[in-house]
Design a protein. Structure first.
Length: 114
């Protein structure tokens, strides 16, 4: 189930707004999260049914975010990637056989966006 934060963020983006902690406050008193305050000018607070309509998109966004976060931990540092590129250029392997390309492809293949 997508987080309320994610669904509200999608609602805001659909309405050309961005998340602003001074304009929306979420709270959870133990019975599930809810919108405690909402002060966006020109945009009404979304109803429960409107929020629920973002469930699928929210799940997709959270899954993608998880994949991208995992990739970040598996990619080599910029220094190491640049070193691989340097050696690939020197070895004439600036193609799919180069060490940089094979590293990046392995990370992407292991953490597919779906």
């Amino acid at each position: 189930m997508a987080d309320l934060y994610t669904k509200i963020k999608l609602y805001l983006e659909e309405n050309s707004k961005t998340w602003d902690d001074t304009k929306v406050n979420l709270q959870d008193d133990g019975n599930g999260p809810y919108i405690k305050s909402w002060t966006y000018d020109g945009l009404s607070k979304p109803s429960d049914s409107k929020i629920a309509s973002y469930e699928t998109a929210g799940n997709t966004a959270e899954t993608l975010s998880g994949v991208l976060s995992k990739r970040k931990t598996e990619y080599l540092s910029w220094n190491e990637q640049l070193d691989k590129l340097y050696h690939d250029i020197n070895d004439g392997k600036l193609d799919k056989t180069g060490s940089w390309y094979t590293h990046i492809k392995a990370v992407k293949d292991a953490n597919s966006k779906g």
